[in-house]
Ligand binder design. Structure first.
Ligand SMILES: [Zn+2]
Length: 120
């Protein structure tokens, strides 16, 4: 089944929303090509969600390797048009995945780093 400790419930009205390693996740189904993607269920609220929800890979049309390739170029500071040429995707695709990754990174930052270190 794999390690589910890094996942949390994404249902805003669930009492266990955002609690990682809480032990209330189960895999209810697999889907997608393979099928390799897991559908997770919260035992508390009975909600189901994809393991990819909230990530740039959720509902992605590009293969995961191509998304990683595009975002690796962007992370290295390569511009949108250069990234599109080097990876063989449209500039709008680069922009869309960059925004999705940025939103995901902002959410992770807010969760993992709630307070900035104080100045001396
Ligand atoms: Zn829940």
């Amino acid at each position: 089944m794999g390690d589910l400790s890094s996942f949390c419930c994404l249902n805003a009205v669930c009492s266990d929303v955002g609690k990682r390693g809480h032990g209330n996740r189960t895999v209810t189904a697999r889907y997608g090509p393979g099928p390799t993607r897991r559908m997770l269920r919260c035992r508390t609220c009975k909600g189901r969600f994809s393991e990819r929800k909230g990530t740039p890979l959720f509902d992605a049309r590009l293969p995961p390797e191509k998304v990683t390739d595009v975002l690796a170029h962007v992370a290295e500071g390569v511009g949108t048009r250069k990234t599109a040429r080097l990876t063989g995707v449209h500039t709008d695709t680069v922009t869309r995945y960059t925004r999705l990754a940025g939103d995901h990174a902002a959410d992770l930052h807010d969760e993992l780093i709630p307070f900035s270190p104080q100045d001396r």
